[in-house]
Ligand binder design. Structure first.
Ligand code: XIL
Length: 360
């Protein structure tokens, strides 16, 4: 009770401070109300980021977040130009950047068959192999030991498998080359090898568009249950949280996060973005966007095993949604916490408030 009161008091003080000082614009790298509030609520608040951003953006990413995910630089296609030709320069720089700032790192991602996840050479290798299944297993084992082994003990989490299921519905994606060649066993293999390469990393399956597809979410839970029943090391499920088709529903999300936690797994929102265009009919679209952000944070904060929320990009001038086929027609999507001038938006204040008022 006493510690609850102490936290309540600390929370009220911090909230007061936020009201008095207004939102951070990132110019003061030593005083981020978001980081303070995140620590108070014991929730990692992360950002997808990559080396090569401008100095002001680097300062902002360093100051405002407790966790970093490589937006692209750890993907298989980005790391390699051939089975054994690895270039770790960008990934190393990012990990060093996060470590210098005392930030957690989420590894993203080992096995993903879409967009820039899959190297061209891999398909050529499999096409030329007399026994594609054996060849693929060998390439996967080599990839995990090379990449996970390189960062062993330094990365808190890995999205080992990304988007195994079809975009719509609850089946495996037949276009998923890993599934097509090895069946569901590819996931067991990936998780087992990753655990061997770094026993301290928490291993995740990360999935997309589950938040408004109950059948797809059920399929993800069923998959996790099968893996756990087989004794495979799985520690968490990531829900990406790309809400460009529809705004988040706090109750639905809370229920899904609680169902993940009921399996004994951690839950994270790993790639959050919520376009302003969703609220174009609202009296105050920025306020409506802020409310939607708060809904996601409140859903997570009400589930103890919900351990982190990562936004997929730092500012509205740099969002993948403006070039992704399904969302590009609505560009500029303006889905993030900072605008194109790196000023904090109302969504920033709303999540600080959610964190400060957190029940945990
Ligand atoms: C996106 C990046 O943001 C883009 O820069 C890149 O061109 C394509 O990939 N789901 C994922 C992320 O798991 O890795 C994707 O990131 C967005 C969708």
């Amino acid at each position: 009770m006493q510690s609850f009161l102490a936290r309540l008091t600390a929370g009220s003080l911090l909230f007061g401070l936020v009201l008095i000082t207004g939102c951070s614009d990132g110019s003061d790298a030593t005083n981020s109300s978001l980081v303070d509030a995140a620590r108070l609520a014991a929730l990692d608040v992360g950002v997808a980021f990559d080396d090569g951003a401008s100095a002001p953006r680097r300062t902002l990413a360093a100051a405002e977040f407790t966790s970093i995910t490589a937006e692209n630089s750890m993907k298989w296609a980005r790391l390699t130009s051939g089975p054994d030709d690895y270039d770790f320069e960008a990934a190393d720089t990012l990990v060093e950047f996060a470590e210098a700032n005392g930030q957690r790192v989420r590894g993203h991602t080992l096995f993903w068959h879409r967009l820039n996840g899959l190297p061209d050479w891999l398909l050529e290798e499999l096409g030329a192999a007399s026994d594609p299944a054996t060849r693929l297993r060998g390439l996967m084992i080599n990839h995990v030991s090379t990449v996970v082994g390189r960062y062993a003990g330094r990365l808190a989490q890995w999205d080992v498998v990304n988007e195994p299921l079809a975009i719509v519905g609850g089946e495996f994606d037949p276009e998923n080359i890993f599934f097509a060649v090895l069946g569901e066993a590819y996931i067991d293999l990936a998780l087992l090898e990753a655990h061997t390469a770094d026993p301290s990393a928490e291993l995740f399956i990360n999935e997309t568009f589950t938040e408004f597809q109950p059948d797809k979410f059920d399929a993800l839970i069923a998959l996790a249950r099968r893996l756990l029943d087989r004794g495979v090391p799985l520690h968490g499920l990531g829900l990406q949280g790309h809400f460009f088709l529809q705004a988040p529903d706090q109750e639905v999300l809370r229920d899904q996060l609680a169902r993940i936690a009921a399996l004994g797994l951690k839950a994270e929102i790993t790639e959050l973005d919520i376009p302003l265009s969703l609220f174009s009919g609202a009296v105050d679209p920025l306020a409506a966007q802020a409310q939607a952000y708060a809904a996601v944070f409140n859903a997570c904060l009400s589930v103890t095993l919900c351990s982190g929320i990562t936004v997929w990009g730092l500012d509205d001038a740099n969002t993948w949604l403006d070039s992704f086929a399904l969302s590009a027609p609505n560009a500029p999507n303006r889905p993030l916490l900072f605008d194109a001038e790196l000023q904090a938006k109302p969504a920033y204040d709303s999540i600080v408030q959610a964190l400060v008022g957190s029940p945990r």
